[in-house]
Design a protein around this ligand. Structure first.
Ligand code: AMP
Length: 188
């Protein structure tokens, strides 16, 4: 199964992805986590990523697509993946369609987790307090930038997937358990 979890930064994609990993045995493929690993490893990619992520900007499509494509070829991804944070641009979505097509696979569901953006600020501040050592991009200034980037570059993916009949939406303001059961219902 190929599942895309979609939504504004702080909508709870990561939390829902982890639940699906536990419940369905799928592999979570998070482009943000891959970049954070590169930062932790101190690689050249990591150095570049840190600067861009701290600004709230997006990494180049080419780098991200190469990274995800390589990861999709790992044997643990053979049974399916949950894509979390990818694709984030229409160019990435097109590249994903091509890479899946080349592997004889296709997207099963795109699930949008809808949230109230004012509530996101409260949420991100809580997350910043809990994980300041782990994520230097979790603060109100960067979130504002990330939301603007989301509207400009990522939100156009909604009509992209809607016209393909793949898009489903869940209320991300509901309690985590309710969001999880709604997602589970869609995934079937
Ligand atoms: P995330 O953990 O998904 O919120 O991603 C954190 C940051 O990593 C983003 O704000 C971007 O700077 C970068 N990033 C993650 N995924 C992508 C992507 N698919 N395309 C471009 N940049 C990304």
């Amino acid at each position: 199964m190929i599942l895309i979890l979609f939504g504004a930064p702080g909508c709870g994609k990561g939390t829902q992805a982890l639940r699906l990993v536990e419940e369905l045995g799928l592999v979570q493929l998070s482009s943000g986590e891959m970049l954070r690993s590169a930062i932790a490893a101190g690689s050249e990619l990591g150095l570049r990523a840190k600067e861009i992520m701290d600004r709230g900007d997006l990494m180049s499509d080419e780098i991200i697509v190469g990274m995800v494509s390589e990861r999709l070829d790992s044997p643990d991804c053979a049974n399916g993946v949950i894509l979390d944070g990818f694709p984030r641009t229409v160019a990435q979505a097109r590249a994903l369609d091509d890479m899946l097509h080349a592997r004889g696979a296709a997207i099963d569901h795109v699930i949008e987790i809808k949230v109230d953006e004012n509530a996101l600020f409260a949420r991100i501040e809580t997350r910043a307090a809990e994980s300041s050592a782990r994520r230097s991009d979790d603060n109100a200034d960067t979130l504002r930038k990330r939301l603007a980037v989301y509207h400009e570059n990522t939100a156009p993916l909604l009509p992209y997937y809607e016209t393909q009949g793949l898009l489903r939406s869940v209320d991300g303001m509901a309690p985590v358990e309710d969001v999880a059961s709604h997602v589970a219902e869609i995934v079937g």
